[in-house]
Design a protein. Structure first.
Length: 267
């Protein structure tokens, strides 16, 4: 009788330990992706000086896996002839890709993306614009985030003018050229329009926005955020689950708040 009782106790203990081990393994196998978007004001801080360490400290404080950077200079005079994407990659311990939107001030101006994973391939996609408007681009990288799981990450910066003609052309081009594709995708950047606008609604016909309509999380200006113009979106819907979203409003690092979204990948 005692022997049978001891066997039952040992069986219960075994099942408890086994259950905990399986739960721990399941938690470890979850694929979590931390995504940050930040307009870096071509390396200048909101004080008007030039301090990449302030920007990199903000990025590092969020421990991101992927970062979309806007207003990124490449060896311009105003940015001290530095390649800002590479400089920030070195300061954050990430890999990087730069997409030029236009020639500017002795160098170039465009978008940068950072990744904690090696970049398998990358391309720059020029976005349409009126002849008198600033050119815009999207930077797309393909990365493997776990064995057998490959995704696309796209960083972009849409036109800033009040009249939305360029933004309408640009979101249609993004949907045509970058939505769909062979791999699940994340789209991040400064889209320069509010959630109820026509350009954002067009994007949301193909992409799922991470924000809740009941909690918009304004991102601009960083010293008193009133408008949401920075976004993280994903596709397809079944491939991703939003775990967390928040703004980080450093009034010195940029005139935009950084926007962080934590996603779980559902392969």
């Amino acid at each position: 009788m005692v022997k049978l009782f001891l066997i039952r106790i040992l069986l219960v203990l075994f099942l408890c330990v086994s259950g905990k081990v399986k739960a721990q393994q399941a938690a470890e196998e979850r694929i979590i992706v931390r995504v940050l978007t930040l307009n870096i004001l071509h390396g200048a801080t909101a004080k008007g000086d030039f301090d990449l360490d302030v920007i990199s400290e903000l990025i590092n404080s969020t421990t991101p896996d992927l970062v979309a950077l806007q207003e990124v200079d490449f060896k311009t005079n105003r940015a001290k002839n530095l390649d800002l994407t590479t400089e920030l990659a070195q300061r954050t311990g990430m890999t990087s890709y730069y997409a030029k939107a236009m020639d500017y001030d002795g160098g170039a101006y465009g978008e940068g993306v950072l990744s904690k994973w090696p970049i398998l391939s990358a391309k720059s996609v020029a976005l349409p614009h009126q002849p008198t408007s600033e050119p815009r681009a999207a930077a797309e990288i393909i990365i493997t985030i776990s064995p057998g799981d490959t995704i696309r990450f796209i960083g972009t910066h849409l036109d800033h003018l009040k009249e939305n003609r360029d933004r309408l052309m640009q979101v249609k081009a993004i949907n045509q050229k970058l939505a769909g594709g062979d791999h699940p995708a994340i789209l991040a950047g400064d889209l320069n329009d509010i959630p109820t606008s026509k350009p954002i609604k067009i994007l949301e016909s193909q992409w799922n926005a991470a924000y809740l309509e009941t909690r918009l999380e304004p991102t601009f200006p960083s010293n008193d955020p009133k408008k949401k113009i920075d976004y993280i979106m994903y596709a397809p819907k079944a491939a991703w689950k939003v775990l967390e979203s928040k703004t980080i409003c450093d009034q010195i690092a940029s005139d935009h708040c950084a926007y962080l979204v934590v996603l779980e990948f559902l392969p």
